[in-house]
Design a protein around this ligand. Structure first.
Ligand code: ADP
Length: 484
């Protein structure tokens, strides 16, 4: 089975969040399950600067999009049984960032990612065998499904191809002005309520939802939540019309990257039977963040984008209360300026309680998972969430808001039976968060119970094998159904 995987970020080439981890790991596990996978992603500056060995597979000088010349090259790189096809178009992708800066998105993102989608399809057409499955991710890949339906519908090359669109986060919709359709070579008639129009703009996410053969999202709970007004971001009605083709497949963890037994990014390694390495990581974490140690004070870690979704406003509101519990907090995050400034100011008031690093930094992230006692994920909504799963593996006990994939992966500790791998709270409020932390603190105070809880956490298994098998089953099912 040939699978073409379209993703705007893929670890280890370029990463701003969980999509990159998924797009970096899942193809390898699909390949192990027998699929032949080729990933398509833009050739950003940070990818070029890695100097990877690439082979120029395809160069299209005469290609036009929206009446304008759109020359590009496709550069092939091979890694771990998976082909990666980088779409090289310097004027669109040779930039210092992927999507934008804290001051805003790039104004030509509509052109950039429509081009990425179209150029990926063009590259596929230049290859010997058509893909059986085109699997696109998030709004950046959404327009591939519109091109397949409207620009390439009569193309015999794709006649046997079926498609799947995966939503990693419904809140990022790729909304652009009406004029974009002409500029990217799609008919203006698509600007309609039953087409791509969304409250006066063109939605790239809608293209995936409407025109892919099936839609999936990254946890069973989130696949149900997005069909409700509370979590639907205005698309719940449309998603309900697709409910029979809407699947929820939980993301997995790549335990080759995220494993304290083998992790080379942390100062000491450890496993569930010997936690002395974890104590060394904890000491190093406190040192790096300039916090004094106190054995009775658990270290509460956060690794997060500083965005409304992640509940940082709740953390800010609860901050004095959290510190009053007698914990140390370490936060690694980057994103919204207002949150950054609030936390910087709070840090200056609590130099012994709050550690802060405003950055996107892979090594520090690993150190926080390894060195924390408790890992806090207070998201308002969470499609899957990877950080709580990484924290489990590193024996940092998650305290999470019960939503989406957080609800699917964390089992609240039952004090009577000792079953469970963390703590969940329901209300997205300071009181809710403090309630969850207090319950964790109470168990932290009982060393044997805490030990047992860490063991449960570290034994939780979210390896990709199971999820990859679910995707393969879904691909097979799609290949059996006729085109709509
Ligand atoms: P999302 O994709 O919504 O940001 P996920 O939990 O799915 O959330 O994935 C987040 C990924 O990004 C994890 O690999 C996490 O370690 C990483 N990450 C988030 N913030 C940072 C940061 N400031 N520095 C380093 N890694 C980060």
């Amino acid at each position: 089975m040939n699978v073409a995987f379209l993703a705007s970020e893929v670890f280890p080439y370029a990463k701003t969040g969980g999509l990159a981890d998924v797009a970096g790991a899942l193809p390898r596990f699909l390949a192990r399950a027998g699929a032949s996978v080729r990933i398509y992603m833009p050739f950003y500056r940070e990818v070029r600067e890695k100097g990877l060995p690439v082979r120029r597979m395809f160069g299209s000088e005469g290609f036009e999009l929206g009446g304008r010349p759109a020359p590009f090259s496709a550069l092939e790189h091979q890694a771990d049984g998976v082909d990666v096809m980088f779409i090289d178009r310097p004027d669109l992708f040779d930039r210092a960032h992927l999507y934008g800066t804290p001051d805003g998105d790039d104004p030509d993102n509509g052109e950039r990612f429509a081009f990425f989608a179209r150029a990926s399809l063009e590259t596929m057409r230049s290859l010997d065998a058509p893909p059986d499955i085109i699997h696109g991710h998030d709004w950046q890949a959404g327009m591939a499904f519109a091109y397949l339906r409207f620009a390439l519908s009569g193309d015999a090359f794709f006649a046997g191809t079926r498609s799947l669109f995966t939503i990693h986060n419904l809140a990022y919709q790729g909304l652009f002005d009406k004029g974009i359709l002409g500029r990217i070579g799609l008919p203006g008639s698509l600007f309609a309520a039953d087409g791509l129009e969304f409250y006066g703009r063109v939605s790239y996410l809608k293209a995936g939802i409407l025109y892919a053969d099936a839609v999936s999202t990254v946890s069973p709970t989130y696949s149900r939540e997005i069909q409700t007004p509370e979590f639907g971001f205005g698309l719940d009605g449309l998603l309900r019309t697709r409910s029979s083709d809407l699947y929820g497949i939980l993301n997995g963890v790549d335990y080759l990257e995220w494993n304290p037994v083998t992790d080379r990014l942390i100062p000491a390694r450890f496993g569930p039977r010997d936690l002395s390495g974890k104590r060394a990581c904890r000491a190093e974490l406190l040192r790096e963040f300039g916090l004094p140690d106190s054995p009775g004070a658990p270290v509460v870690g956060l690794v997060t984008r500083l965005a409304g979704q992640k509940g940082l406003d709740i953390v800010c509101e609860a901050l004095e209360g959290i510190l009053a519990l007698g914990v140390r907090i370490v936060i690694l995050g980057a994103g919204e300026r207002a949150v950054e400034e609030f936390l910087r100011e709070a840090r200056s008031r609590h130099p012994d309680g709050l550690g802060l690093k405003i950055a996107f930094d892979e090594r520090t992230a690993h150190l926080i998972y390894a060195g924390s006692d408790i890992f806090l994920v207070p998201s308002r909504y969470e499609p899957c969430g990877l950080t709580q799963m990484y924290a489990l593996k590193y024996g940092a006990v998650p305290v999470v808001r019960a939503t989406g994939g957080l609800d699917d992966t964390i089992v609240d500790l039952d004090p009577a039976t000792g079953k469970g791998n963390g703590f969940k709270f329901s209300a997205p409020t300071a009181a809710g968060l403090l309630g969850g932390l207090r319950r964790a603190m109470e168990v932290y105070g009982r060393k044997d119970a805490w030990r047992a809880l860490i063991r449960n956490a570290m034994a939780s298994d979210f390896s990709w094998n199971r999820s990859a098998a679910s995707y393969i089953d879904l691909y097979r099912k799609l290949l059996k159904t006729p085109h709509p």
